[in-house]
Ligand binder design. Sequence first.
Ligand SMILES: Cc1ncc(COP(=O)(O)O)c(C=O)c1O
Length: 448
Amino acid sequence: METEEQENQDNQEEQLSQRDIVKMYSKYVCKPKADFFKNLGLGLVQGKRKGIYLYTHAGLRKKDPPLELINCRTSGGVFNLGHQNPQMIQALQEGIEMGLDIGDHHLVSKQRALLARDLAELLPGNISKTQYCVGGGEAIDLALKLARAFTHRKKIISAKRSYHGVTGLAMSAGNERFSAPFDWDHDSTTSEFQKVPFGDTQAIVDAIDDQTAAVILETIPATGGILIAPKGYFTAIRKKCDEVGALYIADEVQAGLGRSGEMWGIYGGIHSDELIVPDLIVLGKGMSAGIYPMATCSYRPEIESVFKADPFIHISTTGGSELGCYVTRKMLRIISQPEFLENVLARGKQLEQGLLQLKALRPDIITKIRGRGLMWAIEFIADKFGLGYTLYMIQNGVFADNCGNNEKTVKLMPPLNVTEADITEILRRLTIALEKIPKISSVAEDSQ
Ligand SMILES: Cc1ncc(COP(=O)(O)O)c(C=O)c1O
């Protein structure tokens, strides 16, 4: 039985205002982060959430009401099925009732085997082996470790402005913004991590050589600005990797699992004649259905030879929780329905058309609209517009943000199960937010 004292404490916690929470966060979690949001005039303390909606607690000042936001950030696709999806909650409850917990990571596991089998049926080519991790960064680290151990080489090639996580190897493969403050070795002339601009076919083909262990790319770089590779790009990379014995790792943490309108970003889309198969593919974010952390690194069976001498050289205590595996299998069943991906494509088209109308409204500040499926970018003429529009969007009920490695670009990634009416409402709110940006006289070049 709970004591009266405990009940009183619970009641007090229930009553905490946004201001109290920001203060407590500042004191016990991270003051600079709390200050960042405070300085923007936003508390943005996440409160209730349901479907496409995220509500904040009441404002920092007493008169500020709680905000009702349509979540177009979705933490990069974590909430692909919206918040608190009833089927996912039911799956978690079923898993608990079945007696599942995290499980012992050293033992053989039925739930891990079942999810890996389901993934093998969906993944491209003969990618059929899966190892589990807690988050995307850990899974990227594993992919890079496997590539090095398999090829007995060290060089890793990635894209400038990319983001693969903040763990050791993943951090080195990504943009310096996330590694330089920690004194990571990023001298591009000596580093084992070489970076080339995304989308420059010649630059990447020239960089891949017989010292290269792997090329790692986000299929659609998200933090870099939702960039779309030119035709022939991935085919040329695959060909050069095969010529020199390097591996190709597809980071589909954001672009995978239906986000692009195809199950895998590397499949199809605007260049549907290019069906290249990577050697390894990394998944995260949407795998959890926003309910239970899950990330995976899947690869061709030959790569498994790395574990032959000692299968315990890579382990993750909470990666691949049995409960998480159960939830993820249910999520995969939902997104593999043909009508699910049809909806992503149709709603993506609707969003694209609406965004092009926004561009037509403000050619003075918007230079490009680009994307695929339900992953879209609005590129502005300068960084300050990316940040400015983010604020106006939030004030007008759309939660989205500008890209960390390309600040003039705002990215929109709503849940994948949005309806036509939801997209209409998102576009209505985006239009109102855009009208708030003062007109400037110079007209940007039309580079769409
Ligand atoms: C493309 C990509 N790869 C990897 C990661 C790292 O995932 P996590 O934050 O789960 O470690 C992210 C996270 O944003 C990502 O966007």
